[in-house]
Design a binder for this molecule. Sequence first.
Ligand code: ADP
Length: 318
Amino acid sequence: YNDFLKLIHPEDKEKVRNATHMVMQYGEDFKAELRAIWPDRSIHWIYLMGRLFYDIQGKPKEMIGIAIDITPSKVAEQELQETLKQLKRSNAELEQFAYVASHDLQEPLRMITSFLQLLQRRYEHQLDSDANEFIQFAVDGAARMQELVNDLLTYSRIGRKTGKFEDVNTEEILKQITFDSRVLIEEKNANISYENLPVVWADYTQLVQVFQNLISNSIKYNEQEQPTIHISAEKKVNDWIFKVEDNGIGIDSHHGDRVFKIFQRLHGRDEYEGTGIGLAIVKRIVEQHGGMIWYDSKPGEGSIFYFSIPQGDVKHEI
Ligand code: ADP
């Protein structure tokens, strides 16, 4: 036993003593993951498993077991942990950066916008039409930038916020959205229907944002007499798959995932208003819930946006 103990890395000797104690005291199997020092001084991770056998008088007789060299998988595991740690760190830094940048950009921007507007109001009649036009361009540019910075801030806030998970009735969400958007719905003569909507474990506010963005896109990118949107859900193994279906202008499939990228749009602002953040926000929220988002569409034939919200036995927090 002492010879065996000599092979063990000093920091792991305690583990061996503990495991031995459990065997002697309680008759449990010997199980330990520890570092051993080879004669060439190299360190190996080994997994030891043994069982104690007793003689007729019930005295411990011998221990039979196996030792497995688990160094390769242990090294891989450590590398993975290290990479994961680095990834988390750089992700957090990036989030912090986006947040600070968008937050701190707001103040100077507000100043530019308000002084440009002042200039416009006060000197409009003293300047020629060229100068007035230039000021107008600058005002538009600043307003546009403010919109983008606001969107960036909203986007980076999703990552920073630790969500409050609870049982969320998605039918209630749809009731709320159709009520809040009743003016727009009437204006566009839209028809929104839904069925089979479940209660899911999610962050309520974020899920409202998801449906809100998808539905407002379905109304916006639609040239029909009556934009028709249908929302439904289906349980597949551990996921609820939601479906938002419209009869709008559709999307050419070669655009692929581009629509989910931040500030990426398929249309100019002269065609449809927007900044291109909506679907990026939706994707981020869905992924924070452990789900996925995708779409199926053909130009002129409407679109179906799908997203999944996992409902495992283990309720997970962000
Ligand atoms: P925005 O609406 O501000 O442009 P989004 O991120 O919500 O930003 O959408 C990105 C692009 O995806 C839009 O510019 C549009 O071209 C396309 N798109 C999104 N939803 C639909 C839809 N339901 N039907 C057709 N095109 C859509």
